[in-house]
Design a protein around this ligand. Structure first.
Ligand SMILES: Cc1ncc(COP(=O)(O)O)c(C=O)c1O
Length: 495
Protein backbone atom coordinates (compact mmCIF):
# COMPACT_ATOMS: atom_id res chain seq x y z
CA UNK A 1 0.00 0.00 0.00
CA UNK A 2 1.42 3.34 -0.96
CA UNK A 3 1.74 6.01 1.70
CA UNK A 4 -0.55 8.96 0.93
CA UNK A 5 1.37 12.08 -0.01
CA UNK A 6 1.25 14.93 2.45
CA UNK A 7 -0.09 18.28 1.34
CA UNK A 8 3.44 19.62 1.51
CA UNK A 9 4.62 16.90 -0.87
CA UNK A 10 1.75 17.53 -3.25
CA UNK A 11 2.51 21.24 -3.16
CA UNK A 12 6.16 20.60 -3.95
CA UNK A 13 5.24 18.26 -6.78
CA UNK A 14 2.50 20.27 -8.44
CA UNK A 15 2.44 23.95 -7.54
CA UNK A 16 4.62 26.69 -8.96
CA UNK A 17 4.47 29.54 -6.47
CA UNK A 18 4.78 33.21 -7.41
CA UNK A 19 8.20 34.68 -6.62
CA UNK A 20 9.62 31.29 -5.71
CA UNK A 21 12.39 29.36 -7.39
CA UNK A 22 11.16 26.87 -9.97
CA UNK A 23 12.22 23.34 -9.14
CA UNK A 24 13.44 24.25 -5.66
CA UNK A 25 10.28 24.54 -3.61
CA UNK A 26 10.48 25.69 -0.03
CA UNK A 27 8.45 23.93 2.66
CA UNK A 28 5.02 25.54 2.47
CA UNK A 29 3.11 27.14 5.31
CA UNK A 30 -0.35 25.82 4.56
CA UNK A 31 -3.09 28.04 5.86
CA UNK A 32 -6.16 26.29 7.15
CA UNK A 33 -8.38 29.07 8.42
CA UNK A 34 -8.53 32.69 9.45
CA UNK A 35 -10.52 34.89 11.78
CA UNK A 36 -9.96 38.61 12.12
CA UNK A 37 -6.23 39.18 12.34
CA UNK A 38 -5.50 35.57 13.23
CA UNK A 39 -4.54 32.73 10.93
CA UNK A 40 -4.04 29.06 11.66
CA UNK A 41 -1.93 26.67 9.65
CA UNK A 42 -2.86 23.03 9.11
CA UNK A 43 -0.89 22.03 12.20
CA UNK A 44 -3.07 24.32 14.29
CA UNK A 45 -0.31 26.86 14.85
CA UNK A 46 -1.71 30.32 15.42
CA UNK A 47 -0.38 33.45 13.75
CA UNK A 48 -1.13 37.13 13.73
CA UNK A 49 -1.45 38.17 10.13
CA UNK A 50 1.12 40.90 10.49
CA UNK A 51 1.06 41.84 6.84
CA UNK A 52 -2.60 41.90 5.92
CA UNK A 53 -1.70 39.17 3.46
CA UNK A 54 -0.64 41.17 0.46
CA UNK A 55 -2.34 44.32 1.80
CA UNK A 56 -5.74 43.17 0.74
CA UNK A 57 -7.67 42.14 3.82
CA UNK A 58 -9.09 45.41 5.13
CA UNK A 59 -11.87 43.90 7.23
CA UNK A 60 -10.11 40.83 8.58
CA UNK A 61 -10.42 37.17 7.76
CA UNK A 62 -13.46 34.94 8.06
CA UNK A 63 -16.35 37.38 7.98
CA UNK A 64 -19.51 35.26 7.90
CA UNK A 65 -21.42 38.20 6.44
CA UNK A 66 -19.28 38.15 3.30
CA UNK A 67 -19.62 34.37 3.01
CA UNK A 68 -23.40 34.69 3.18
CA UNK A 69 -23.51 37.41 0.55
CA UNK A 70 -21.33 35.35 -1.80
CA UNK A 71 -23.43 32.22 -1.31
CA UNK A 72 -26.69 34.06 -1.90
CA UNK A 73 -25.38 35.63 -5.08
CA UNK A 74 -24.06 32.31 -6.39
CA UNK A 75 -27.47 30.77 -5.84
CA UNK A 76 -29.18 33.65 -7.62
CA UNK A 77 -26.73 34.13 -10.50
CA UNK A 78 -23.14 32.98 -10.28
CA UNK A 79 -21.95 34.74 -13.40
CA UNK A 80 -22.75 36.06 -16.77
CA UNK A 81 -20.45 38.23 -18.86
CA UNK A 82 -20.63 42.04 -18.82
CA UNK A 83 -19.41 42.40 -22.39
CA UNK A 84 -21.40 44.58 -24.79
CA UNK A 85 -24.67 45.56 -23.17
CA UNK A 86 -24.93 42.68 -20.72
CA UNK A 87 -25.04 43.67 -17.08
CA UNK A 88 -25.96 42.42 -13.63
CA UNK A 89 -27.46 44.15 -10.64
CA UNK A 90 -24.60 43.84 -8.12
CA UNK A 91 -22.00 45.33 -10.47
CA UNK A 92 -24.29 48.21 -11.41
CA UNK A 93 -24.96 48.95 -7.74
CA UNK A 94 -21.27 48.64 -6.92
CA UNK A 95 -20.30 51.07 -9.67
CA UNK A 96 -22.85 53.56 -8.36
CA UNK A 97 -21.60 53.14 -4.78
CA UNK A 98 -18.00 53.60 -5.87
CA UNK A 99 -18.95 56.79 -7.67
CA UNK A 100 -20.28 58.11 -4.35
CA UNK A 101 -17.06 57.31 -2.54
CA UNK A 102 -14.57 58.41 -5.19
CA UNK A 103 -13.18 61.92 -5.71
CA UNK A 104 -15.27 64.28 -7.85
CA UNK A 105 -15.48 63.50 -11.56
CA UNK A 106 -14.46 59.86 -11.20
CA UNK A 107 -17.96 58.56 -11.66
CA UNK A 108 -17.39 55.58 -13.93
CA UNK A 109 -15.55 52.34 -13.32
CA UNK A 110 -14.19 49.56 -15.47
CA UNK A 111 -14.00 46.32 -13.49
CA UNK A 112 -11.06 43.90 -13.49
CA UNK A 113 -9.92 40.84 -11.57
CA UNK A 114 -6.97 42.50 -9.89
CA UNK A 115 -4.30 45.17 -9.89
CA UNK A 116 -2.14 44.34 -12.89
CA UNK A 117 -5.20 44.12 -15.09
CA UNK A 118 -6.24 47.53 -13.82
CA UNK A 119 -2.92 49.10 -14.77
CA UNK A 120 -3.02 47.42 -18.20
CA UNK A 121 -6.51 48.85 -18.60
CA UNK A 122 -5.45 52.34 -17.54
CA UNK A 123 -2.52 52.39 -19.96
CA UNK A 124 -4.73 51.25 -22.82
CA UNK A 125 -7.36 53.83 -21.94
CA UNK A 126 -4.97 56.79 -21.98
CA UNK A 127 -3.15 55.67 -25.12
CA UNK A 128 -6.45 55.07 -26.87
CA UNK A 129 -7.70 58.48 -25.80
CA UNK A 130 -4.77 60.25 -27.46
CA UNK A 131 -5.03 57.96 -30.46
CA UNK A 132 -8.63 58.89 -31.11
CA UNK A 133 -7.74 62.53 -30.60
CA UNK A 134 -5.47 62.17 -33.64
CA UNK A 135 -2.35 62.12 -31.44
CA UNK A 136 -1.11 58.51 -31.65
CA UNK A 137 2.47 59.66 -31.03
CA UNK A 138 1.38 60.77 -27.58
CA UNK A 139 1.95 57.35 -26.03
CA UNK A 140 4.86 57.55 -23.56
CA UNK A 141 4.08 56.66 -19.96
CA UNK A 142 6.20 58.30 -17.27
CA UNK A 143 6.77 56.23 -14.17
CA UNK A 144 9.25 56.04 -11.30
CA UNK A 145 12.18 53.91 -10.30
CA UNK A 146 11.11 51.60 -7.44
CA UNK A 147 7.48 51.76 -8.57
CA UNK A 148 5.50 48.53 -8.65
CA UNK A 149 2.56 48.40 -11.02
CA UNK A 150 2.08 44.72 -11.72
CA UNK A 151 3.17 41.85 -13.90
CA UNK A 152 1.58 42.29 -17.33
CA UNK A 153 3.80 43.29 -20.23
CA UNK A 154 2.73 46.92 -19.90
CA UNK A 155 2.25 47.06 -16.12
CA UNK A 156 5.63 45.39 -15.67
CA UNK A 157 7.13 47.86 -18.14
CA UNK A 158 5.72 50.60 -15.89
CA UNK A 159 7.28 48.92 -12.86
CA UNK A 160 10.62 50.39 -11.82
CA UNK A 161 12.30 47.42 -10.11
CA UNK A 162 14.71 46.08 -12.76
CA UNK A 163 15.28 42.53 -11.43
CA UNK A 164 11.57 41.85 -11.70
CA UNK A 165 11.74 42.53 -15.41
CA UNK A 166 14.77 40.52 -16.40
CA UNK A 167 14.26 37.75 -18.89
CA UNK A 168 10.71 38.70 -19.73
CA UNK A 169 11.46 41.03 -22.59
CA UNK A 170 10.53 42.53 -24.83
CA UNK A 171 8.08 44.33 -22.60
CA UNK A 172 5.75 47.04 -23.88
CA UNK A 173 7.74 49.98 -25.22
CA UNK A 174 7.25 53.62 -24.30
CA UNK A 175 7.98 53.73 -20.57
CA UNK A 176 10.37 56.20 -18.95
CA UNK A 177 11.36 56.00 -15.28
CA UNK A 178 12.19 59.03 -13.17
CA UNK A 179 13.92 59.10 -9.77
CA UNK A 180 12.37 57.51 -6.71
CA UNK A 181 10.53 60.10 -4.60
CA UNK A 182 11.99 59.05 -1.28
CA UNK A 183 11.03 60.90 1.86
CA UNK A 184 14.50 62.39 1.95
CA UNK A 185 14.45 63.45 -1.69
CA UNK A 186 14.03 67.10 -2.49
CA UNK A 187 10.57 67.62 -3.99
CA UNK A 188 11.84 70.59 -6.00
CA UNK A 189 14.62 68.48 -7.52
CA UNK A 190 12.14 65.75 -8.42
CA UNK A 191 9.88 68.27 -10.06
CA UNK A 192 12.83 69.82 -11.91
CA UNK A 193 13.72 66.36 -13.22
CA UNK A 194 10.11 65.86 -14.32
CA UNK A 195 10.17 69.18 -16.18
CA UNK A 196 13.52 68.38 -17.80
CA UNK A 197 12.25 64.97 -18.92
CA UNK A 198 9.14 66.50 -20.42
CA UNK A 199 11.26 69.08 -22.23
CA UNK A 200 13.58 66.41 -23.51
CA UNK A 201 10.88 64.00 -24.71
CA UNK A 202 8.41 66.68 -25.72
CA UNK A 203 5.07 66.88 -23.93
CA UNK A 204 3.44 66.00 -27.23
CA UNK A 205 4.87 62.46 -26.91
CA UNK A 206 3.71 61.82 -23.34
CA UNK A 207 0.34 60.24 -22.68
CA UNK A 208 0.35 59.95 -18.91
CA UNK A 209 2.24 59.74 -15.65
CA UNK A 210 1.55 56.74 -13.43
CA UNK A 211 2.32 56.81 -9.71
CA UNK A 212 1.46 55.28 -6.37
CA UNK A 213 0.36 57.88 -3.80
CA UNK A 214 2.66 56.00 -1.41
CA UNK A 215 5.09 53.55 -2.96
CA UNK A 216 4.46 50.07 -1.63
CA UNK A 217 6.43 47.11 -2.89
CA UNK A 218 9.40 49.32 -3.76
CA UNK A 219 10.08 50.04 -0.10
CA UNK A 220 7.08 51.71 1.58
CA UNK A 221 8.04 55.18 0.48
CA UNK A 222 5.82 58.09 1.40
CA UNK A 223 6.48 61.03 -0.90
CA UNK A 224 8.38 64.09 0.29
CA UNK A 225 6.30 67.04 1.39
CA UNK A 226 4.97 69.10 -1.46
CA UNK A 227 5.75 66.43 -4.02
CA UNK A 228 2.30 65.51 -5.29
CA UNK A 229 0.78 68.99 -5.71
CA UNK A 230 3.80 70.11 -7.71
CA UNK A 231 3.82 67.00 -9.87
CA UNK A 232 0.14 67.44 -10.58
CA UNK A 233 0.64 71.08 -11.54
CA UNK A 234 3.42 70.24 -14.00
CA UNK A 235 1.38 67.45 -15.59
CA UNK A 236 -1.59 69.80 -15.96
CA UNK A 237 0.56 72.46 -17.51
CA UNK A 238 1.59 70.00 -20.23
CA UNK A 239 -1.72 68.22 -20.71
CA UNK A 240 -0.29 64.94 -19.40
CA UNK A 241 -2.85 62.63 -17.83
CA UNK A 242 -2.42 61.32 -14.29
CA UNK A 243 -2.97 57.64 -13.49
CA UNK A 244 -2.94 56.95 -9.75
CA UNK A 245 -2.13 53.40 -8.74
CA UNK A 246 -4.23 53.01 -5.59
CA UNK A 247 -4.14 49.25 -5.58
CA UNK A 248 -2.63 49.38 -2.10
CA UNK A 249 -3.77 52.80 -0.88
CA UNK A 250 -7.41 52.53 -1.97
CA UNK A 251 -10.31 51.96 0.41
CA UNK A 252 -9.08 53.48 3.61
CA UNK A 253 -5.46 52.64 4.11
CA UNK A 254 -4.32 56.25 4.20
CA UNK A 255 -7.05 57.37 6.54
CA UNK A 256 -9.14 58.55 3.59
CA UNK A 257 -11.09 56.41 1.19
CA UNK A 258 -8.48 57.13 -1.47
CA UNK A 259 -4.90 58.36 -1.42
CA UNK A 260 -6.06 60.94 -3.96
CA UNK A 261 -8.09 62.56 -1.20
CA UNK A 262 -5.16 62.34 1.20
CA UNK A 263 -2.99 64.28 -1.24
CA UNK A 264 -5.73 66.37 -2.81
CA UNK A 265 -5.14 64.92 -6.26
CA UNK A 266 -7.42 65.24 -9.23
CA UNK A 267 -6.48 62.10 -11.18
CA UNK A 268 -7.71 61.12 -14.61
CA UNK A 269 -7.63 57.44 -13.74
CA UNK A 270 -7.50 55.69 -10.37
CA UNK A 271 -6.68 52.00 -10.35
CA UNK A 272 -7.87 49.95 -7.37
CA UNK A 273 -8.17 46.28 -6.38
CA UNK A 274 -7.26 44.39 -3.17
CA UNK A 275 -9.32 46.00 -0.37
CA UNK A 276 -12.25 46.55 -2.76
CA UNK A 277 -13.35 43.07 -1.72
CA UNK A 278 -10.82 42.62 1.09
CA UNK A 279 -9.57 39.80 -1.13
CA UNK A 280 -12.58 37.56 -0.49
CA UNK A 281 -13.12 37.46 -4.26
CA UNK A 282 -10.47 38.70 -6.72
CA UNK A 283 -11.70 41.99 -8.13
CA UNK A 284 -10.52 45.44 -9.08
CA UNK A 285 -12.05 48.68 -10.30
CA UNK A 286 -10.52 51.33 -12.55
CA UNK A 287 -12.08 54.77 -12.05
CA UNK A 288 -12.24 56.90 -15.17
CA UNK A 289 -12.62 60.68 -14.93
CA UNK A 290 -15.21 62.55 -16.99
CA UNK A 291 -12.34 64.34 -18.76
CA UNK A 292 -11.06 61.05 -20.11
CA UNK A 293 -14.54 59.85 -20.93
CA UNK A 294 -14.92 63.01 -23.00
CA UNK A 295 -11.70 62.29 -24.91
CA UNK A 296 -12.90 58.75 -25.56
CA UNK A 297 -16.54 59.51 -26.31
CA UNK A 298 -17.76 57.60 -29.34
CA UNK A 299 -14.82 55.18 -29.29
CA UNK A 300 -15.17 51.42 -28.98
CA UNK A 301 -13.04 50.14 -26.08
CA UNK A 302 -12.05 46.74 -27.41
CA UNK A 303 -10.80 45.42 -24.11
CA UNK A 304 -12.35 43.30 -21.40
CA UNK A 305 -11.71 40.32 -19.16
CA UNK A 306 -14.15 37.44 -19.14
CA UNK A 307 -14.98 38.08 -15.51
CA UNK A 308 -15.50 41.85 -15.74
CA UNK A 309 -18.12 42.99 -13.27
CA UNK A 310 -18.44 39.58 -11.67
CA UNK A 311 -21.73 39.52 -9.77
CA UNK A 312 -20.33 37.55 -6.82
CA UNK A 313 -17.28 39.82 -6.52
CA UNK A 314 -19.53 42.86 -6.84
CA UNK A 315 -21.92 41.67 -4.15
CA UNK A 316 -19.02 40.93 -1.82
CA UNK A 317 -17.41 44.30 -2.60
CA UNK A 318 -20.63 46.10 -1.69
CA UNK A 319 -20.86 44.22 1.60
CA UNK A 320 -17.16 44.81 2.29
CA UNK A 321 -17.51 48.57 1.72
CA UNK A 322 -20.52 48.52 3.99
CA UNK A 323 -18.44 46.92 6.76
CA UNK A 324 -15.64 49.47 6.34
CA UNK A 325 -18.20 52.24 6.57
CA UNK A 326 -20.34 50.78 9.33
CA UNK A 327 -17.33 50.12 11.53
CA UNK A 328 -15.79 53.50 10.77
CA UNK A 329 -12.48 51.93 9.79
CA UNK A 330 -11.37 54.76 7.53
CA UNK A 331 -11.90 57.49 10.13
CA UNK A 332 -10.35 55.41 12.84
CA UNK A 333 -7.36 54.71 10.67
CA UNK A 334 -6.86 58.47 10.45
CA UNK A 335 -7.40 59.31 14.11
CA UNK A 336 -5.57 56.46 15.76
CA UNK A 337 -2.92 56.72 13.07
CA UNK A 338 -2.28 60.31 14.07
CA UNK A 339 -1.97 59.26 17.70
CA UNK A 340 0.43 56.50 16.74
CA UNK A 341 2.54 58.90 14.78
CA UNK A 342 2.73 61.29 17.68
CA UNK A 343 3.98 58.48 19.89
CA UNK A 344 6.51 57.38 17.35
CA UNK A 345 7.74 60.91 16.91
CA UNK A 346 8.23 61.05 20.63
CA UNK A 347 10.76 58.25 20.42
CA UNK A 348 12.32 59.24 17.12
CA UNK A 349 15.37 61.44 17.25
CA UNK A 350 16.49 60.29 20.66
CA UNK A 351 19.41 58.54 19.14
CA UNK A 352 18.26 55.07 20.04
CA UNK A 353 17.91 52.10 17.76
CA UNK A 354 14.37 52.80 16.76
CA UNK A 355 15.75 55.72 14.88
CA UNK A 356 17.03 53.15 12.44
CA UNK A 357 13.85 51.27 11.90
CA UNK A 358 11.30 51.74 9.24
CA UNK A 359 7.72 51.45 10.28
CA UNK A 360 5.80 50.33 7.34
CA UNK A 361 2.80 48.56 6.03
CA UNK A 362 5.19 46.37 4.16
CA UNK A 363 6.07 42.81 4.70
CA UNK A 364 9.36 43.09 2.97
CA UNK A 365 12.81 43.66 4.27
CA UNK A 366 14.59 46.28 2.22
CA UNK A 367 18.23 46.08 1.34
CA UNK A 368 19.95 48.18 2.37
CA UNK A 369 17.90 48.98 5.42
CA UNK A 370 16.19 52.23 4.92
CA UNK A 371 16.42 54.91 7.57
CA UNK A 372 13.49 55.72 9.75
CA UNK A 373 10.85 56.85 7.34
CA UNK A 374 7.53 55.75 8.69
CA UNK A 375 4.58 56.47 6.56
CA UNK A 376 2.64 58.86 8.71
CA UNK A 377 -0.57 57.91 7.00
CA UNK A 378 0.03 54.51 5.55
CA UNK A 379 1.88 52.67 8.27
CA UNK A 380 0.31 54.42 11.16
CA UNK A 381 -3.09 54.44 9.56
CA UNK A 382 -2.90 50.77 8.87
CA UNK A 383 -1.89 50.02 12.40
CA UNK A 384 -4.71 52.19 13.53
CA UNK A 385 -7.16 50.14 11.57
CA UNK A 386 -5.80 47.09 13.31
CA UNK A 387 -5.98 48.65 16.74
CA UNK A 388 -9.48 49.74 16.03
CA UNK A 389 -10.69 46.40 14.87
CA UNK A 390 -9.01 44.64 17.73
CA UNK A 391 -10.69 47.00 20.14
CA UNK A 392 -13.98 46.27 18.55
CA UNK A 393 -13.30 42.62 18.97
CA UNK A 394 -13.85 41.99 15.30
CA UNK A 395 -10.23 41.49 14.38
CA UNK A 396 -8.35 43.56 11.93
CA UNK A 397 -5.22 43.27 9.99
CA UNK A 398 -1.97 44.35 11.48
CA UNK A 399 -0.24 45.81 8.54
CA UNK A 400 2.47 47.60 10.36
CA UNK A 401 5.82 46.01 10.15
CA UNK A 402 9.30 46.94 10.96
CA UNK A 403 11.49 46.63 7.96
CA UNK A 404 14.35 45.06 9.69
CA UNK A 405 16.12 41.80 9.58
CA UNK A 406 15.97 41.09 13.26
CA UNK A 407 12.64 39.63 14.32
CA UNK A 408 13.24 40.74 17.87
CA UNK A 409 13.30 44.28 16.67
CA UNK A 410 10.04 43.61 14.95
CA UNK A 411 8.68 42.29 18.20
CA UNK A 412 9.92 45.37 19.95
CA UNK A 413 8.17 47.44 17.37
CA UNK A 414 4.90 45.82 18.32
CA UNK A 415 5.55 46.98 21.85
CA UNK A 416 6.57 50.38 20.65
CA UNK A 417 3.30 50.67 18.82
CA UNK A 418 1.58 50.00 22.07
CA UNK A 419 3.89 52.36 23.90
CA UNK A 420 4.83 49.46 26.12
CA UNK A 421 7.03 50.07 29.12
CA UNK A 422 9.26 47.23 28.06
CA UNK A 423 10.47 49.33 25.19
CA UNK A 424 11.83 51.67 27.81
CA UNK A 425 13.35 48.74 29.66
CA UNK A 426 15.04 47.64 26.52
CA UNK A 427 16.40 51.07 25.79
CA UNK A 428 17.68 51.35 29.32
CA UNK A 429 19.33 47.98 28.90
CA UNK A 430 20.94 49.16 25.72
CA UNK A 431 22.15 52.28 27.47
CA UNK A 432 23.69 50.13 30.23
CA UNK A 433 25.53 48.24 27.54
CA UNK A 434 27.03 51.46 26.33
CA UNK A 435 24.50 51.88 23.54
CA UNK A 436 25.23 48.47 22.08
CA UNK A 437 21.65 47.92 21.09
CA UNK A 438 22.50 44.96 18.90
CA UNK A 439 23.78 43.16 21.97
CA UNK A 440 20.79 44.40 23.92
CA UNK A 441 18.57 42.86 21.32
CA UNK A 442 20.40 39.57 21.47
CA UNK A 443 19.98 39.51 25.20
CA UNK A 444 16.44 40.77 25.26
CA UNK A 445 14.04 38.13 26.40
CA UNK A 446 10.86 39.30 24.76
CA UNK A 447 8.73 36.33 23.96
CA UNK A 448 7.47 37.13 20.50
CA UNK A 449 8.45 34.85 17.75
CA UNK A 450 8.29 35.94 14.16
CA UNK A 451 7.51 33.58 11.44
CA UNK A 452 9.68 34.28 8.46
CA UNK A 453 9.68 32.69 5.08
CA UNK A 454 13.03 33.18 3.49
CA UNK A 455 12.92 33.03 -0.24
CA UNK A 456 16.01 31.38 -1.52
CA UNK A 457 17.71 32.18 -4.76
CA UNK A 458 16.10 35.52 -5.42
CA UNK A 459 18.10 38.28 -6.91
CA UNK A 460 20.34 40.19 -4.51
CA UNK A 461 19.16 43.42 -6.05
CA UNK A 462 15.55 42.92 -5.14
CA UNK A 463 14.36 45.19 -2.39
CA UNK A 464 13.36 42.27 -0.22
CA UNK A 465 14.62 38.84 0.51
CA UNK A 466 12.18 37.43 2.91
CA UNK A 467 8.62 37.63 3.83
CA UNK A 468 7.37 37.77 7.37
CA UNK A 469 4.04 36.10 7.42
CA UNK A 470 3.12 37.05 10.90
CA UNK A 471 3.76 36.87 14.53
CA UNK A 472 3.23 33.65 16.32
CA UNK A 473 1.19 34.52 19.33
CA UNK A 474 2.94 34.18 22.59
CA UNK A 475 2.19 35.49 26.03
CA UNK A 476 3.52 38.96 25.52
CA UNK A 477 1.55 39.57 22.39
CA UNK A 478 -1.60 38.26 23.94
CA UNK A 479 -1.02 40.73 26.74
CA UNK A 480 -0.50 43.46 24.20
CA UNK A 481 -3.73 42.55 22.50
CA UNK A 482 -5.62 42.51 25.75
CA UNK A 483 -4.32 45.98 26.42
CA UNK A 484 -5.72 47.11 23.11
CA UNK A 485 -9.10 45.90 24.17
CA UNK A 486 -9.01 48.25 27.08
CA UNK A 487 -10.02 51.64 25.78
CA UNK A 488 -8.67 53.28 28.89
CA UNK A 489 -5.13 52.03 28.40
CA UNK A 490 -3.07 55.05 27.54
CA UNK A 491 -0.76 54.72 24.60
CA UNK A 492 2.12 56.22 26.51
CA UNK A 493 5.61 55.76 25.27
CA UNK A 494 8.25 55.22 27.85
CA UNK A 495 11.97 54.99 27.41
C1 LIG B 1 0.91 49.35 -6.20
C2 LIG B 1 0.57 48.06 -6.87
N1 LIG B 1 0.22 48.07 -8.15
C3 LIG B 1 -0.12 46.93 -8.80
C4 LIG B 1 -0.11 45.72 -8.17
C5 LIG B 1 -0.48 44.48 -8.93
O1 LIG B 1 -1.68 43.97 -8.46
P1 LIG B 1 -2.03 42.43 -8.67
O2 LIG B 1 -1.01 41.64 -7.94
O3 LIG B 1 -3.43 42.31 -8.10
O4 LIG B 1 -2.02 42.17 -10.14
C6 LIG B 1 0.26 45.66 -6.83
C7 LIG B 1 0.31 44.38 -6.11
O5 LIG B 1 0.75 44.29 -4.99
C8 LIG B 1 0.62 46.85 -6.17
O6 LIG B 1 1.03 46.84 -4.89
Amino acid sequence: MSVPATLAELDAAHVIHPHAVVGAPAAPVIWARGRGATLWDIDGKEYIDGTCGLWQCAVGHGRPELARVAAEQIERLEFYASFWNFANEPSIRLAARLAELSPAGLDRVFFTNGGSEGIETAIKLVRLAWHVQGRPERNVILSRKSAYHGVGVASLAATGIPPLKEGFGPLAPGFVHLSTPTRRADADALVAELRATIDELGAETIAAFVGEPVMGVGGMIPPPDGYWPQVQAVLREHGILLILDEIVTGYGRTGRWFGAQRYDLDADVIVTAKALTSGYIPMGAVFVHDRLVELLAGTAFRHGFTYNGHPVGSAVALANLEIIEREGLVERAASVGARMLERLRAVDGRGHPFGRLTLSISSFVPKPWTPFQWAPFAGAGALAAKLDTIKRGVGGMATVRVLHENPREAALQALLARGDRRVGDFLEGAARLGGDWRRALREWDGDLEFHTTRVRGLDERLPWDHFDVGVKKTGLLREWERAQLDEATPLAVSG
